[in-house]
Design a protein around this ligand. Structure first.
Ligand code: GTP
Length: 334
């Protein structure tokens, strides 16, 4: 007798992970601007007290929800459940109707997040599990810096181990032989994940959304304790600093003091980024860096409802806060 398979009409969720600066926000922007006709609610969790990513996401109509007061995989899991519940209620017509028009959810985790506890949320919380289906964990890997990140920290390793899809990004920065070696290393760490090479996180979105790739049994093989609540550690040495300045800055001074710092501390300085107000520049200036590589560009004009100012976040080990505050204050344009 033929069996009739039930249609799973739960809302699909994609968890987007990858180490600091790998290209997650670039991928979110690619997904939100691609022509696919789907309505995607994006939940963005950033490490550090202030989020810069929400300012860098170009989504027009989509619902973008920020979670900045901690790491999604530990302290703010309660927040994630609350946000998912609110979205569910909106979708069911019991909440804010402006928030209910989505077909799927994309969660961008911090670069330091372990994806396992985030994925766990979709299995251990009954209400969430009844309404949402974890579609896939997509991990973006920075081809230029992955070697160091995988050698040094368990977060980067977990992100690869738990991936259903790996985007080997920034292939423009690495020689072919190094790429092949890295692909072999990733394959050995996670033979089940599909790997794609990308630049600027550009991928046909049918390879990452709606792929029904997350398989609980496989994840339990990797981590038998996957469904159990457990504490996990982060690298306690990693910290973040946040700077804010309302007076216009001199971009040359910013470049100079950061270059000075990076000469000796590039390896330990994982990520820095900000939106800056630069003297004599009408547009806001986006500043982005990963270890020794950084660049800035004039972005869109400030909106009429925005007060021009500079916000800058830096994440790394052994950051000298006093020195940074002095240097940053010294960048005010004369
Ligand atoms: N050369 C090169 N740069 C890239 C590529 N993809 C992204 N970038 C740049 O890398 C930087 C970091 O990209 P993001 O998308 O912000 O990375 P992220 O993973 O969201 O970073 P965090 O949220 O801070 O962890 C940006 O300056 C991007 O423009 C690529 O394929 N090649």
């Amino acid at each position: 007798m033929a069996t009739i398979q039930e249609v799973d009409d739960r809302i699909p969720v994609t968890i987007l992970t990858g180490f600091l600066g790998a290209g997650k926000t670039t991928l979110v922007n690619h997904v939100l601007t691609a022509d696919h006709g789907q309505k995607i609610a994006v939940i963005v969790n950033e490490y550090g007290e202030i989020g810069i990513d929400n300012q860098l996401i170009e989504g027009a109509d989509e619902e973008i929800i920020e979670m900045n007061n901690g790491c999604i995989c530990c302290t703010v899991r309660g927040d994630l459940i609350r946000i998912l519940t609110e979205l569910m209620q909106a979708k069911l017509g019991h909440g804010d109707p402006r928030k209910g028009g989505f077909d799927r959810i994309l969660i961008e985790t911090t670069g330091l997040a372990d994806p396992a506890p985030v994925a766990q949320t979709f299995f251990v919380d009954e209400t969430i599990a009844d309404f949402y289906r974890l579609d896939a964990i997509v991990t973006v890997v920075d081809a230029k810096h992955a070697g160091q990140h995988l050698d040094e920290g368990h977060e980067a390793q977990e992100q690869v181990a738990f991936a259903d899809v790996i985007l080997l990004n920034k292939t423009d920065l690495v020689a072919e032989t190094d790429l092949v070696q890295l692909e072999q290393r990733l394959l050995a760490m996670n033979p089940a994940a599909k790997q794609y090479r990308t630049q600027q996180s550009k991928i046909d979105i049918t390879h990452i959304l709606g792929i029904e790739a997350f398989d609980l049994a496989t994840k339990l093989e990797i981590d038998p304790g996957f469904l159990e609540e457990e504490d996990h550690d982060h690298d306690d040495d990693v910290a973040s600093l946040y700077f804010r300045e309302t007076r216009p800055l001199d971009i040359d001074k910013v470049n100079r003091f950061l270059s000075d710092w990076l000469q000796d501390h590039g390896t330990d300085t994982f990520r820095y980024k900000g939106v800056l107000q630069i003297k004599d520049v009408d547009n806001r200036v986006v500043f982005q860096g990963i270890h020794m590589l950084f660049s800035s560009y004039a972005d869109r004009a400030w909106k009429s409802n925005e007060t021009p100012l500079s916000e800058f976040v830096i994440i790394g080990r052994n950051l000298d806060e006093t020195w940074f505050r002095e240097q940053f204050a010294g960048c005010v344009a004369s």
